[in-house]
Design a protein around this ligand. Sequence first.
Ligand SMILES: Cc1ncc(COP(=O)(O)O)c(C=O)c1O
Length: 390
Amino acid sequence: MSDPAPSIEWILQHLGEEDPVLGAVTPPIFQTSLFVFENCEDFARSFDYTGEGAGLYNYSRVANPTVDLVCRKIAALEHCDEAMVFGSGMAAISAAILSQVEAGAHVVAVDTCYGPTRQFIAEYLPRFGIEHTFVTGTDADALIDAIRPSTKVLYLESPSSIVFRIQDLETICRAAREKGVTTIADNSYSSPVFQTPHDIGVDIIVHSATKYLSGHSDVVSGALATDRERMKRIMLGELPLLGAILPPFPAWLLLRGLRTLAVRMEVSQVRGNAVARYLSARPRIERVFHVGLAEHEDRTLVEKQMRGSTGLLSFMPECQVKDRIFAFADALKVFRLGVSWGGHESLCVPLPYHPIDWPEERWLIRLYCGLESPEDLVADLEQAFAASGL
Ligand SMILES: Cc1ncc(COP(=O)(O)O)c(C=O)c1O
């Protein structure tokens, strides 16, 4: 096979698969916990995970060929030197943050980041003497001003959870780099198809690979991509010591899901855009939060940083009566009530939300548009509005 420029499609279908085992187009699963050796010299070398032993597998808590293949693809997709996959997005996120902090350190984070990430920073890290400041992500100056001499991590999520706010990654990362602060960004919502934050200065990219990367709602997984030096630290620390690497079978499922990532992203954004436009044109809706809308408050940044929108959006109904909102969600037939997103199926989550820059908590309805037709999705919402009177 020739070596064309590594387009996303080429990475997804061919990278790392130039020499298929027995000609199999689907790589085998190396479903093994350990590897044995013919001689002590190789066995000894295999413990030097990040040096001479790279490529010599000895134990699947540290490295496995099926896992490696997925990592190579994710690293290439994110334009990073290296990647690692974990047992969940939270395992990747916690490993990324822990690899950069020590007692006495300080973390600056975007207020509207994923809830358990926020909880990890706000409630878990203080047990080890690590402080934090949450800042509204749309205010780049506020994020930069929050950096202290002890700040080690600036945690970003763009678009962010629930309200899909955008951060000015280039400006923030330039300032962070000047101050020696590591930037970490959750890229789950865009996927590397629509955004490659490393290109604009983010040091560590994290993913809930449970979502778009795997894409079929059948595997919980996480990913982290970064430069060689930072990955070395993780390979010698968080990876073997916290022990949260993705096992071979889920890694193989993730690989299977990745094959269609580019196609699914295109389809998902068409659905997301159609549903967002429909909601924006409806009466009795106060706000629609979707990066694909022309009226998105961070439109200039969306156009600068992203190559597409997503299938995720939220809306704030004028009627804030909880029972009416629940009646709307109960009436949906195509959108199912459920957490998570990124799979084939459309989902709905009604939730109260209160970012630090809102005066009060408001009810939002988050929708994830899967692979159903846009007409079916809009018709489902229309009948649920009629049934609930929302
Ligand atoms: C944006 C985002 N980041 C991280 C996570 C955590 O990922 P996981 O559930 O795979 O641990 C989620 C899960 O919903 C998420 O939506």
